[in-house]
Design a binder for this molecule. Sequence first.
Ligand code: FAD
Length: 544
Amino acid sequence: MRLRKFWGWGYADEILSDQEESSIEKRILQTFGVDRVDTLEIPKVSDIELPASRISIPNVLKKFLSDDVEERLNHAYGKSFPDVARALLRDFPSPPDLVAFPDSENDLKNIVDWADENNIAVVPYGGGSSVCGGVETSVSEDYRGVISLDLRNLNKILEIDKESRAARIQAGILGPDLESALKEHNLTMRHYPQSFELSTLGGWIATRSGGHFATLYTHIDDFVESTRMVTPSGIIESRRLPGSGAGPSPDRLAIGSEGILGVITEAWMRLQDRPSFRASSSVEFLDYKKALNATRLISQSGLFPANCRLLDSNEALANGAGDGSSHILILSFESADHDVQPWLDRALEIAKEQGGNFESPKSNDEESHRKGSSGNWRNSFIKAPYFREGYVRRGIVQDTFETAITWDKAHDFIEEAKRRTAHAIKEISGKEALVTCRITHTYPDGLAPYFTYGAYATPSSMLDVWKDIKLATNEICVSLGGTITHHHAVGRDHRPNGYDNQRTDGFKNILNSVKLTTDPNGIMNPGVLIDPEGKQVNNWMTLK
Ligand SMILES: Cc1cc2nc3c(=O)[nH]c(=O)nc-3n(C[C@H](O)[C@H](O)[C@H](O)COP(=O)(O)OP(=O)(O)OC[C@H]3O[C@@H](n4cnc5c(N)ncnc54)[C@H](O)[C@@H]3O)c2cc1C
């Protein structure tokens, strides 16, 4: 099996070239006006001393549990900025005692039952691409220990119903394996989060991930037909239905549950035919308000573009999609059934009425779809997590946060969030920062802004700087009326100043009651979303 990086994104052999590293260094010197940069070495497994495992492996589960050091390192963190930073700093105080790799749902059930009987916390692990502390294994002394439960062996498509265009799929399947298996049947799910390569179906469902489609099918929720979840109290399964008015939806318990109620083992997912018609274009605007207005009108037109991504001028510049003089709206349409050029033409008409400029619409083939502003943006998008590591190695806090807001507040919200974030970064780091914004998903009633910033710090100060900025951005999103997350989930990092303020006490009590039913001993992913009753939790975000 190809080895993954335990200290960063992707596979161990995917590192930046010397040229890329030195271009990052040059950029830091220029941007922050400093005359030297300290760089952390990439760690090796042998550099790190882990605390001994506190749990001995029971004979009956020997085949599925591992105390291998590299596996424990690989499962200690997800892939957020502080995860990568702590790994580069060789800081692993709370790795999982053991990592579990069940081969079947029955094995998985036996592992959960054993953990429940022995007061061992269980952290479900899909691809480990969480960027909000969702798979972190730091739990309090109230537990005997903690295991990371990796679903990578539950990775098959179990059944395909071609007539209804749906498939029963195991939760541990990675994005590329899922799509290549569906391709054999000329089908697709077309759910492509940026982390597609190393994230799983179960992780997408548990976090309500946001994918490729900018409108209509924005979240994984839209593709879920039914779910099956193993909990410490037994199995919860919903019925396959295209729609149902029978009370609150049981799937809603699994979708977005972030591993606190149980482990999603499989789901029936809605599929699509592979698109063969495409049309795309990018539109430039000098005025951001008009660009937003065009985005709103297109989102409310019923055209439902597959891509409708608005990059502000700085975001366009940073990603090679423009020269920084205009805001860019990337539009694309796709269909397996019909020519979509008329849809694009109508969207461009709307954009033009708002002052947008564009070249003649692109032709229908995939090749031209990947060129120009949208192609440049796409390439930069794919490379971004690798480049971020170059910055983290040099202590620079390079991070993003995302939210959603209704159209009536959109313009003021975006401007104010950028202003307040830049101000907070200046206060915390002592240096100016640029905060850029792109709109990732749009709805008839609102949109999802996604902010990116870089803040000056050094390898020794970067974690404190990041934490203070994160607490500030959590507060900014929620106090300005947005949500703490549109698609990155809550995990542990989005609770303080964020989800804990956004969620009402009444809803917290409901979540608590559900958790007490499915997980009465509070072993499932403690500290994510809510604190389990009667147990202390650790939240690294609030530790000083
Ligand atoms: C470079 C990068 C780009 C990203 N881009 C996107 C993006 O475009 N859109 C987006 O939505 N997100 C994005 N993310 C965030 C992340 O990829 C998503 O949250 C993704 O859905 C997580 O899937 P995973 O399989 O890696 O889950 P993990 O990270 O392993 O787990 C995430 C959470 O779900 C729980 N969980 C995982 N599997 C199960 C299961 N089977 N049953 C119950 N609970 C489970 C975990 O305990 C954890 O709380 C990105 C992350 C990175 C690092």
